[in-house]
Design a protein around this ligand. Structure first.
Ligand SMILES: [Zn+2]
Length: 671
């Protein structure tokens, strides 16, 4: 208890005898310093002697030898993904996200999953001295609830995107959920609800505009991913004629209080757009390094006065929530990339991890520095551990270096948020952790089983990435080798055949072969459609899983087959290669004249192919696809008539595809 001459004002808690780093605008340091706290907020910060004279408190805590500073702000994360940590690593962003994270999330993410993942994250965050974070996930209401129960402060952003999500079938649904969530949580002492259009490339213009309008309507932050990869910027330029920031601006995104995660590939003009629109940026060094996304122009952004915070990103792409590590990396990375060891000094890096981060997530009025009126969100650090001694006092900034370059998250001994202790002497006070780990391992076991099952089947892998509808079709097909196209062309123009449509294509096929031939062959096809002027008039990319099931063979080698799963190929050949990991590949290139015709009341496709690579010569193919077996059998009979009509019924037939399973097996053996 303190005593003084004039009657002192009453505080709730007086923290004394500390090295107080305020992280305020002037970077005031007080030693021995003190902080007076009343209820949820800071009354005063200053030298111990002064504060002891001004305040009395029922609780005075001696913080001898410890740094007292604002809690760290994790400016961008996806906390429930603690449950997906170490699930799939060393993959490219698209393969990781679309091939693993999203399919697993669609299957497993539920309110229970989100709650457990958040509790584990809060445990980790509190232990590592984080008092506030900006989250983006599904079922965000449950993130908010678990976070508030743990006593942490957070901006909780409900995700909206163009794909079906674990918590919504459509974007309308998730937008409505976001509105409801914001209405319910707006004004909560710890939680700032927010809306998160996931990224410009995973949203439509309509979603971007609607989420911006929602954020403006309720004056809440809008949280999104911006320009994380170079590919994203290239695609934006190709599609919209501008990079990501101007495109987002065009969709009114910056009418809202934006928190833009990553901003790796942005230029000077885009930095200025962010600045003029008071957007915050979350820099995620570990995630950018691990996913090889590139190097954000952090030094420049900070120089120009942008509020740049530091975030861990989701624990599945980091793989932890350690802001000490992240802050150190941010400083190292900025130096290394700019070839300048004076870039992003420890003091600046720690400011990014505190005050600038709070500003970036639009919570700077509440937290991020130790200043009267702000909420009491603070931590105590033991800087006398062996990895962090001795202490020099000549340079006042040395204390920042001591924390950023030598400090560890395990140095955090005490954490207070909103005036309440969440950890004292490294003992958690708001979370029961013993059951959490067991439950997390139970999820891991179930997810493992799910993925092991899925990885066994090419078809289920295809379905997992939304690559195919789970439906079967029947195909009637015959293919014969010909030497001369002229008789066929002549026959096609006879009155017995009605031509419905004619097209000219150049086709490039890449076949993925797998050791287990039962799985079939996966064909990636690029179709260049050639106009009358011999110029390319369009491109089409398709993925076909060619099954081996040969249902029935008719005279003249007309085949009835099934299990061909066809889907538009919306990703690159590189994506499919890395995702499916074929044992071998084979390429076929051909020039194809294609007709859709009517013969004896039945529709067929006729293809006249010249196979260029490998040089196999000319082929005639007759095809028809149908959903019913009975219809397919009927078509097979007519196909035999059509072959007779075209004069090819007696010709040698070849396999149903240019690469047959027999050939594939030979190739596999050879390889
Ligand atoms: Zn992220």
């Amino acid at each position: 208890m303190s005593e003084s001459i004039t009657s002192p004002a009453l505080a709730g808690i007086l923290l004394t005898n500390a090295i107080v780093l305020t992280m305020d605008n002037s970077h005031n340091i007080y030693e021995p310093g003190a902080v007076a706290i009343l209820d949820d907020h800071i009354l005063a910060v200053g030298l111990e002697a002064e504060l002891k004279a001004r305040y009395s408190a029922p609780l005075v805590i001696d913080c001898a030898g410890k740094v007292l500073m604002p809690g760290l702000v994790n400016a961008h994360t996806h906390v429930p993904m603690t449950l997906l940590r170490n699930l799939a690593d060393d993959l490219r962003l698209d393969v990781w996200l679309l091939g693993y994270m999203m399919p697993v999330e669609r299957e497993f993410v539920s309110p229970d999953f989100v709650r457990l993942g958040t509790q584990i994250a809060c445990t980790e965050l509190i232990r590592a001295g984080v008092t506030c974070f900006a989250d983006m996930y599904y079922f965000e209401e449950h993130v908010a609830r678990a976070t508030a129960e743990a006593g942490l402060r957070a901006v909780c952003s409900q995700t909206v995107l163009k794909f079906p999500a674990p918590d919504a079938q459509s974007y309308d649904e998730s937008l409505a959920a976001a509105r409801e969530f914001i209405q319910k949580w707006k004004g909560h002492p710890l939680i700032e609800p927010s809306v998160a259009p996931h990224a410009p490339y995973t949203c439509t213009e309509e979603i971007l505009r609607a989420t911006a309008a929602l954020a403006v309507e309720y004056d809440v932050p809008l949280h999104t991913h911006i320009a994380e990869t170079y590919g994203e910027v290239e695609a934006s330029r190709a599609e919209y004629g501008m990079p990501v920031v101007p495109y987002a601006k065009k969709q009114n995104i910056f009418d809202a209080k934006v928190l833009a995660a990553h901003c790796v590939h942005i230029d000077e003009g885009e930095i200025k757009t962010l600045l003029h629109n008071k957007a915050g940026v979350a820099h995620n060094p570990s995630s950018n390094l691990k996913l090889a996304s590139g190097f954000a122009p952090v030094k420049r952004m900070v120089e120009l006065g942008l509020n740049v915070g530091i975030g861990t990103d989701g624990p599945a792409s980091n793989n932890d929530l350690d802001m000490f590590e992240e802050t150190r990396l941010a400083a190292f990375l900025a130096k290394s990339v700019s070839n300048d060891p004076t870039a992003l000094p420890a003091k600046t890096a720690l400011t990014m991890a505190t005050r600038l981060g709070a500003n970036a997530i639009h919570q700077g009025h509440l937290t991020g520095s130790l200043e009267p009126g702000k909420r009491a969100d603070l931590i105590l650090l033991n800087i006398a551990a062996v990895h962090n001694i001795p202490r020099f006092r000549r340079d006042p900034d040395a204390i920042y270096a001591q924390i950023v370059y030598a400090g560890k998250s395990t140095d955090v001994t005490d954490v207070m948020v909103d005036g309440k202790w969440l950890m004292r002497d490294q003992q958690l006070l708001t979370l029961q952790t013993d059951l959490l780990y067991e439950q997390a391992n139970e999820y891991a076991r179930r997810i493992d089983t799910f993925l092991i099952q899925r990885e066994k089947s090419i078809l289920s892998k295809l379905i997992a990435i939304g690559g195919a509808m789970e439906e079967e079709s029947f195909e009637v097909q015959t293919k014969v080798r010909i030497t001369d196209q002229a008789p066929i062309l002549e026959a096609l123009h006879s009155p017995q055949i009605e031509i419905l449509r004619h097209r000219h294509y150049h086709e490039y096929d890449t076949y993925f072969l797998f050791y287990d031939l039962q799985q079939g062959i996966l064909r990636y096809r690029e179709d260049e459609s050639i106009g009358d002027d011999d110029k390319i008039s369009g491109m089409r990319y398709r993925l076909t899983l060619i099954g081996q099931a040969r249902e029935r063979q008719f005279p003249s080698d007309v085949l009835l087959s099934r299990s061909r799963f066809i889907a538009p190929a919306s990703h690159s050949l590189r994506f499919y290669r890395e995702y499916f990991k074929p044992a071998r590949e084979a390429e076929v290139e051909k020039d194809r004249l294609r007709w859709r015709i009517l013969f004896q009341g039945t529709e067929f496709f006729i293809n006249l192919d010249r196979v260029i690579k490998p040089d196999l010569g000319y082929f005639l193919e007759i095809k028809s696809r149908t959903w019913s077996r009975r219809d397919a059998e009927h078509k097979a009979d007519i196909a035999i008539n059509l072959m007779r009509f075209l004069g090819t019924a007696d010709k040698e037939t070849v396999t149903q595809d240019y690469l047959s399973l027999a050939e594939a097996s030979k190739l596999l053996e050879a390889g």
